[in-house]
Design a protein around this ligand. Structure first.
Ligand code: FES
Ligand SMILES: [Fe+2]
Length: 342
């Protein structure tokens, strides 16, 4: 064990105060690239996806040219919502007074108004920035988003042994957790708890090979997989990569599979974690084993995270300490949080 610096962790109030949660939403989440889901949710032109992210109602629409555009699902007339259709559409209609928009957000018909009185250009649906990367859909609420490319080019290079481009979306499983979103991230960002909390996962990974590397706005943990104890495809030189991209999504990569996790904040004491599974063309039995294994590890983590959340409000806790050897990823993440809220 080295003598790397021991540092202080965030104090309990960071995990329990609404004031801090609101600040995080405003300063971090509304200014970051956020993973939404697989782009395969909307395949054909005119297919739509209605989602709420950070309490913002959004509509995703596949365009004629196959691109995807994302709009606030809020009508420019008086704030109505676009009618939800479960089929391909040629236009979008407001469910309140029936205004009609083209798929690209342009206002087409303004029922109740003489169109010559209106500037249609000012009355388009408000659009937000989006990207597709390796079949995954991302958005950014900011009007001046950070460059997407730099981060993702670097991640691509790091995980290059795995060709995740060819993986297909399989399914989503969501877990409601009674903890602050950062409790979940803190826990994910270190392997120190693995031998204690996850005995089965511990047998599948070579703990000695476990390492953490930190970059600007993401970090990567990796470890060698012990094939005979792992649920994944057997591979002669296989590593598991755990990539955390700030603020709130994770890529868990192993041979033949990618699992993304989105830690969606609900309030200062709750989050929902979405697991999206993507697989190469591999046997159903391996897929099932993988999902069962992940679900077990996730339930072990949920128990721990919910306990930690409770203890963050305890009169017996102020703040903790972080090991320079094993909790480097946690420190890097917590430094990012503090820096972002200044
Ligand atoms: S609010 Fe949409 S048409 Fe009136
Ligand atoms: Fe864990």
């Amino acid at each position: 064990m080295s003598n790397k610096l021991i540092t202080e962790s965030l104090s309990g109030k960071w995990y329990t105060e609404k004031r801090i949660f609101d600040k995080e939403t405003d300063k971090i989440f509304f200014n970051s690239w956020l993973l939404v889901c697989s782009e395969s949710k909307i395949k054909k032109p005119g297919e739509t996806l209605f989602v709420e992210i950070l309490n913002q109602p959004l509509i995703f629409i596949r365009q004629e040219d196959q691109s995807i555009r994302v709009f606030y699902n809020v009508c420019s007339h008086r704030g109505g919502s676009i009618k939800k259709e479960h089929k391909c559409v040629n236009y979008l209609q407001c469910s309140y007074h029936g205004w009609i928009y083209n798929l690209n957000g342009e206002l087409k018909k303004s029922r109740g108004f003489n169109s010559s009185q209106l500037n249609f250009n000012d009355l388009r649906l408000k659009e937000i920035d989006s990207r597709v990367w390796k079949g995954m859909l991302f958005i950014n609420f900011s009007s001046t988003p950070d460059t997407f490319k730099n981060t993702f080019d670097k991640i691509e290079e790091l995980i290059s042994p795995y060709k995740i481009d060819s993986f297909l979306f399989y399914k989503r499983i969501s877990y409601k957790i009674k903890c602050n979103w950062k409790v979940y991230l803190d826990n994910y960002l270190e392997g120190l708890h693995i031998p204690i909390v996850h005995p089965k996962l511990n047998r599948a990974l070579n703990y000695k090979s476990y390492k953490t590397e930190v970059f600007d706005n993401f970090s990567v943990q990796s470890g060698k997989i012990i094939n005979e104890n792992s649920p994944y495809l057997n591979d002669s030189n296989s590593y598991a990569y755990y990539v955390t991209i700030y603020p709130n999504f994770l890529f868990n990569i192993a041979p033949g599979r990618l699992q993304t996790n989105i830690i969606e904040p609900v309030n200062e004491k709750q989050c929902v974690v979405h697991f999206d599974y993507y697989f190469d063309s591999i046997e159903k039995s391996i897929i099932n084993e993988d999902i069962t294994f992940s679900d077990k590890v996730q339930k072990e983590d949920i128990l721990i995270c919910e306990k930690i959340q409770k203890n963050m409000s305890s009169r017996g806790f102020d703040k903790g300490i972080l090991s320079g050897d094993y909790e480097l990823g946690v420190k890097h993440f917590q430094d990012f949080i503090k820096k972002s809220l200044i």
